[in-house]
Design a protein around this ligand. Structure first.
Ligand SMILES: C[S@@+](CC[C@H](N)C(=O)[O-])C[C@H]1O[C@@H](n2cnc3c(N)ncnc32)[C@H](O)[C@@H]1O
Length: 279
């Protein structure tokens, strides 16, 4: 058994996401995105909903009469979303991708898209589809991690990944969207008027450097050769990954030393937020 598979303890991708990513990294950003949604609307879409965390954050804020749809193309994540005990009855789960949304024109008043736009294979088509399914005046809320060049903690993780796991992880997929300019460009090209375009800085909290490192290598998703989300940045059963992981941990122990506190690792992290209006 490798250190990485031991860390995962038999969790599948959805369980690793729930236990490592959500509480330590995702929740503050997901709640921040959900907090920006106008609650006085009828229909809301969560595009790239994954396990449905942000879908549920939105559901907590709106009246029970609001219809909420979560859509995602990855079966294991959507199954976890469907099976979650915290779901309210006004949430519907749909299998599908952003590039070809299975909805009529003008079906929604708001779309949230949290840390998913960097994974779509055709951004132009996805922004165009978002504009099509929104009603006039409807809003698209997108959040994508800022690049490492704009923030020291992520920058250190990116550099260490490049050094110890290879150039293909530098910059890592999830942080390589292209920043505020790319959000602005895609939204404008699809006919949106941009209302908010800013970096939001919140805190990631991990128990230790090793916890943070393992979460990034074992718990992270990547797009595989078939265009599907796959688990782990490396082969999690390959014993040589242990050596790489250890070197990665040691490197981060130096570069992230300033983030180590009595309460574990506390790192400011940025995510680029776009709120844009259609029509
Ligand atoms: C990091 S997860 C984020 C999930 C969720 N929004 C959250 O914040 O927990 C990225 C998600 O993007 C989804 N995704 C990948 N390609 C997509 C596409 N073409 N259209 C929509 N979602 C896609 C993945 O299936 C995955 O659920």
């Amino acid at each position: 058994m490798t250190q990485l598979s031991d860390f995962l303890g038999g969790r599948d991708m959805a369980e690793a996401y729930r236990d490592f990513w959500v509480p330590n990294a995702l929740e503050p950003f997901g709640r921040d995105l959900a907090a920006g949604v106008d609650v006085a609307v009828n229909d809301i879409l969560d595009l790239g909903c994954g396990t449905g965390e942000v879908t549920r954050y939105v559901a907590e804020r709106v009246p029970a009469s609001t219809h909420i749809v979560g859509i995602d193309p990855t079966p294991i994540l959507l199954d976890a979303a469907r099976g979650h005990r915290g779901n309210s009855s006004n949430i519907e789960w749909v299998d599908g991708a952003g590039e070809d949304l299975p909805f009529d024109d003008a079906s929604f008043d708001a779309i949230v898209c949290h840390q998913a736009m960097q994974y779509v294979t055709d951004r132009r088509a996805t922004f165009a589809e978002a504009a099509r399914v929104l009603r006039p005046g409807g809003r698209l809320h997108v959040s994508v991690w800022s690049g490492g060049q704009d923030q020291p903690a992520i920058g250190s993780i990116e550099v260490a990944m490049g050094l110890h796991f290879g150039d293909e992880h530098y910059p890592a997929h999830s942080w390589s969207f292209g920043g505020l300019d790319e959000l602005q460009r895609q939204a404008s090209a699809a006919g949106f008027s941009v209302e908010v375009l800013e970096q939001r800085v919140l805190l990631w909290r991990f128990d230790s450097i090793r916890h943070l490192a393992n979460t990034h290598i074992a718990g992270a998703g990547r797009t595989d050769e078939n265009g599907q989300l796959a688990m782990g940045l490396v082969d999690l059963e390959d014993p040589s990954a242990d050596e790489q992981t250890e070197a990665f941990v040691q490197e981060l122990a130096q570069t992230l030393a300033g983030c180590v506190t009595d309460e574990g690792v506390v790192a400011p992290v940025g995510s680029d937020l776009l709120v844009a209006r259609v029509g």
